[in-house]
Design a protein around this ligand. Structure first.
Ligand SMILES: [Fe+2]
Length: 294
């Protein structure tokens, strides 16, 4: 039973790419829906607990990659970064021409750059050796991205941010690698801050543990570059050739139900309050365009 009032957390908080709001011109409203979270077919499992885990999460592995491994990993990333970025608004790609997954995507509304790349085999082997023993069930490395958070990607209009959320995908195990950073912008997992230095790897469960980074007014030149790797069950829609069951464009009503469900979860409410309170404590001021998803 949910004892928290609804709407403690904005319903769109998990609508990270904002596409649901964009599609509806901000007017979408399924508040009369009779659907419940359990009615969504092929729904991801989330906040399921740790019965199937062999390790207490999160934990940090320091000095994760050797110099040789890092050089190998950076080859496809550096190659991809040479490509002209496409601008991404609310999950949509604005650029004319063919969508190319190897082009960096510039999310101006989140002040970040994201890049997909082909993972070198020895790197995947090393990562798999860490991830697989953590969970009792079969898992497959399903997605991985390079991300760069920097004020320049929004031309200073919005601060990079990562609000409290669980991943809207069945990411049972996530490895979050700190590639480079010139500031301390910790990752919070279940209310606790984890401070990563370059070459540190944070291991946690992005579908079972609410995570975020604290509100921060970035200064020009400040950056955090990470690479994240996610393991999903082989039954994931991604491996079954199915659409994402809560894709905001394909199933907006399901997405709405999901966002409401997560947003009103007691844990989400608790951590969202912590996020806001610490932002206030630290004197962080929202920029005029912040949170507009525009
Ligand atoms: Fe996440």
């Amino acid at each position: 039973m949910n004892e928290m009032p609804e709407n403690v957390v904005p319903a769109e908080v998990n609508n990270v790419d904002g596409s649901l709001l964009k599609k509806s011109g901000g007017k979408i409203d399924f508040s009369d829906t009779k659907l419940k979270i359990g009615d969504i077919p092929n729904m991801h499992k989330f906040l399921t607990g740790f019965d199937r885990y062999n390790a207490k999460l999160p934990f940090i592995i320091e000095n994760f990659f050797s110099e040789e491994e890092l050089a190998l990993l950076m080859q496809p990333i550096n190659k991809g970064l040479e490509n002209k970025p496409v601008k991404q608004y609310h999950g949509e790609v604005s650029e004319e021409g063919v969508f190319d997954r190897y082009r960096p995507k510039l999310s101006t509304y989140m002040s970040r750059l994201i890049l997909e790349f082909d993972i070198p085999e020895p790197i995947q082997e090393k990562l798999d050796k860490v991830a697989h023993p953590i969970h009792k069930d079969a898992m497959t490395l399903t997605h991985w991205n390079y991300l760069d958070y920097d004020l320049k990607y929004s031309e200073g209009k919005v601060d990079p941010e990562l609000r409290p959320h669980i991943d809207a995908d069945e990411n049972l195990v996530t490895l979050n690698y700190c590639l480079d950073a010139n500031i301390d912008w910790p990752v919070y997992v279940d209310g606790v801050a984890y401070h990563l230095k370059p070459n540190d790897m944070l291991v946690f469960s992005a579908v079972n543990q609410i995570h975020w980074r604290p509100k921060r007014n970035f200064k020009e030149g400040e950056f955090v570059k990470i690479i994240s790797f996610d393991w999903c069950p082989p039954t994931s829609y991604r491996w079954q050739n199915q659409p994402n069951p809560i894709d905001p464009d394909i199933f907006p009503e399901y997405r709405w139900v999901y966002s409401r469900h997560i947003g009103s979860h007691p844990l989400m409410a608790k951590y969202y309050q912590q996020y806001l309170a610490e932002g206030e404590r630290d004197g962080v001021v929202d920029k005029p365009d912040q949170n507009k998803n525009a």
